[in-house]
Every structure is written in structure tokens, then in C-alpha cells.
Design a protein around this ligand. Structure first.
Ligand SMILES: CC(C)(COP(=O)(O)OP(=O)(O)OC[C@H]1O[C@@H](n2cnc3c(N)ncnc32)[C@H](O)[C@@H]1OP(=O)(O)O)[C@@H](O)C(=O)NCCC(=O)NCCS
Length: 179
């Protein structure tokens, strides 16, 4: 049993060596989107305040392409990290923001996420970022463990509230004017 688990661990390491981390390119948009759809489902993360959609992906790629990375095994995209660089008004600090990180579940715990994170960190440092920000659902334990292991700390809880406008007089008025 022990021998088997050791062998499979070694096998995993060998296959991971064939994984290439590179900047995302136009043909990667479709596989990245498809992988994200499998990972970021509304049923799984109903409280995600931002949703995974093709417009955000295309927008990020168009505006922050240098912070969009993919992990490729063979000719298959098996992971991605999408970030952006943020500058605050009147602040000398620049922040790297990791917006989306995803790894194909078949490649989970093979170090792919770690490699994506390391490469993105290097890129942020080259761009003079002094801090990297990330957020995730508090029930997303895999991701929280991953980020803690990657050195993230100073966890701050944030509360999202919503106001259902169904009963708002203006909303009712607006709806009635449209019918
Ligand atoms: C979170 C995620 C990106 C991690 O990717 P990964 O490639 O599996 O992670 P790695 O193999 O690089 O893990 C690096 C270290 O993080 C920790 N870690 C990662 N996943 C973990 C888990 N499920 N449980 C406990 N620790 C975990 C471990 O310490 C691991 O090192 P080890 O395997 O040597 O012990 C991946 O699980 C995923 O895509 N999740 C769904 C999407 C998501 O939630 N994204 C994050 C929010 S945008």
C-alpha cells in the first residue's frame, strides 16, 4: 500500500514536469472559459458576488493580458490564473489582484496552482506591486488552504448584502411602464 502511494506520488511529479505555464493567448479563451464554467458554478458557489462569464474573461484578456496565464499539459489547458494590476488614487502602492484561479480537478494537488501563483507573483513583482490581493467564498476550503499555504494571511471577513428590488415602488412602476 505504502509502495503504491509512493509510486503514484512519483508518477504525479513526473507528469507535472510536462506542464507548461505560459501567457494566455487568443485560442485559449474557449478552453479557459469552459474550464471556469466547470469550476465556478452558481450551484457550488451561490454567494459568489461576481460570476464567471465570457465578457469578464474577454475583458480581462484584452485589458490585462500580461496577467493572464494558463497551465498546459500536452495541448490541453489544465489551469489558469487571471489577474490585474491595481493602482489607487494618491497611493504610491501598486497591488496585484488575483481574480480567478482554476485547475482542472483531474490535476488537483499536482502543484499546478502553486506554479501558476508563483509565475503571476513574479510578474507582479516585476511590475512593482507590493502586495497581492485575493478573495474567495468563505466555504471554499480548498482555496483557503491553498492560499494560506502560498503565504497569504491577514484574512478579513467581508459581508455582502443584497436588496431585492421586487417590491421597490420605483421598480414596480418601471416594470408596469414596460408592459
Ligand atoms: C484552489 C485550487 C486552485 C488549488 O490548485 P491545485 O493545483 O490543486 O493546488 P496545488 O497542488 O498547487 O497545491 C499547493 C498547496 O496548497 C495546499 N492545498 C491545495 N489544495 C488543497 C486542498 N484541497 N486541501 C488542503 N490543502 C490544499 C497544499 O498545501 C498544497 O501543497 P501539497 O499538495 O504539497 O500539500 C484548485 O483546487 C481549484 O481550481 N479550485 C476550484 C477553483 C477555486 O476555488 N479557485 C480559487 C478561487 S478564484
Amino acid at each position: 500500500m505504502a509502495r503504491n502511494s509512493k509510486t503514484s506520488r512519483k508518477g504525479a511529479r513526473e507528469s507535472t514536469a510536462a506542464v507548461v505555464i505560459r501567457e494566455m493567448e487568443l485560442p485559449d479563451l474557449a478552453p479557459v472559459f469552459a474550464l471556469g464554467q466547470r469550476l465556478f458554478t452558481a450551484e457550488k458557489w451561490p454567494t459568489l458576488y461576481r460570476s464567471w462569464d465570457q465578457y469578464e474573461l474577454v475583458h480581462l484578456f484584452g485589458t490585462n493580458g500580461e496577467y493572464c496565464l494558463v497551465a498546459e499539459a500536452g495541448d490541453k489547458v489544465i489551469g489558469f490564473a487571471l489577474g490585474s494590476l491595481m493602482e489607487k488614487y494618491r497611493s504610491p502602492w501598486r497591488y496585484g489582484w488575483l481574480l480567478w484561479l482554476g485547475v482542472d480537478p483531474r490535476w488537483k494537488r499536482h502543484g499546478v496552482g502553486r506554479r501558476l501563483m508563483r509565475r503571476l507573483t513574479d510578474i507582479f513583482i516585476e511590475e512593482n506591486a507590493r502586495m497581492i490581493l485575493v478573495d474567495t467564498d468563505e466555504a471554499n476550503e480548498d482555496a483557503i488552504r491553498f492560499f494560506r499555504r502560498a503565504g497569504f494571511d491577514n484574512e478579513i471577513r467581508h459581508v455582502y448584502l443584497s436588496l431585492n428590488l421586487d417590491t421597490h415602488p420605483k421598480y414596480i412602476e418601471h416594470r408596469e411602464s414596460e408592459t
